[in-house]
Design a protein around this ligand. Sequence first.
Ligand code: GLN
Length: 485
Amino acid sequence: MVDLNNISLTEIVKLVKLKKISSLELTNHYIKNIEKGKKLNCFITTCFDETIKNSKTFDAKKNYDSLLPGIPIAVKDLFCTKDVKTTAGSKILENFIPTYESTVTSNLWKEGAILLGKLNCDEFAMGSSNETSFFGNVINPIEKNLVPGGSSGGSSSALAASFTPATIGTDTGGSIRQPASFTGTVGLKPTYGLCSRWGIVAFASSLDQAGPMTKNVEDCALMLEAISSYDKKDSTSINKKKENYSKNLNKNIKGMKIGIPKEYRVDNMPKEIDQLWSKGIDILKKSGVKIIDISLPHTKYALPTYYIVAPAEASSNLARYDGVKFGYRSNKGKNLLEMYENTRGEGFGDEVKRRVLIGTYVLSSGYYDAYYLKAQKVRKLIKKDFDNSFRKVDAILTPSTPSSAFKIGEKTSDPISMYLNDIFTVPVNLAGLPAISLPAGQDSKGRPLGLQLISNSLDEQRMLNIAFAIESEISFKQNLNRWWE
Ligand code: GLN
């Protein structure tokens, strides 16, 4: 019998198609893993009865003609799932049961996948460590006192611990790539508009994108192929033909040009991150790639710009949680206004309140021009830097994060130091570009480190191919001793 914890999604799909394993056997395997791994606190909701029922239906129908035939998959609890609780990691949505399914998850089910459960995340996806979740923090399977990254921390941890063979997250400023980097997994944030945002609990609508988190690049291509689609229900969805990312995946990157931006060499960056970056550059050179030094001069403004634009949009998006339409309602207060105030005061956690306050402030009259409008202008300049670079190079290589996974509680009392963790990931969201983080090494403490590849809009295939080539040279191995079982 194969060790399902040590094979890829692609290999599992093959086994199902060859009838070597049934959907029910797979489901039972993951349920067992999840039940033995409760300590990691990855799940907010499980729906095992339904999963088992759906697996049996799949096994009876034997319809293998899809990308994810009978594969059980857990998803971030930011995706609305019909009749299954969707909390966004918040008390305010603690009992929210959507009457509709997000486009991205319905694409998964159309391809044959089966829902295993909903994964923990930072509240409304605001955070870099999964410590802002109302449902408690998640533990990184790498080491018991480490955060799994955020906001898709339940996703990264569940994937690394093999509670699901692949998963999906959302990335507004790094929430797929940073947790992937912290757990030794692969995470891809697609071009803005490639995956529909319909049915995803909104954080910052001009930045939010759903994307795959997987154990290797090949799986990532497969999952991206499954979830991306044009969707009339999302006005920012790109109307284009579906791509066969997995079929077209290849390692032939000879002759390509890769840019190395000098602005990503920040103060106090651990030496190990710098060494990892050099290792990536060397591998590319050996693969026949031309390395070109580039400059993205407005990078230094990306973090402050993000922390104006994202809270501004969040403050507007979160206005709907007022205790009337859906979600939690406080029973305190003498009148409507007090009910609103108490509902929001009791229903939102501190980080969400901080963002709503910042967002309301930067949008208020008198400050709008000084903050929000200025940030929008800088955003344009950040995008222009990338446009200029992509005239010269095919993709850009940087580290994914300025550090490896940090300790639980290490940054919770200092929001700025937490925000600084997003320094390499946010520029891509502001520019709407795709980027992938892939595991490339470990630091001296054995904690995984990721490299990030950024490509031009809708150039995911080329980006995946480069990642595929790097991956095969690095042959990153993660040996988890499953200490949590
Ligand atoms: N860590 C970033 C934030 O807190 C990014 C979050 C995300 O991508 N959802 O805003």
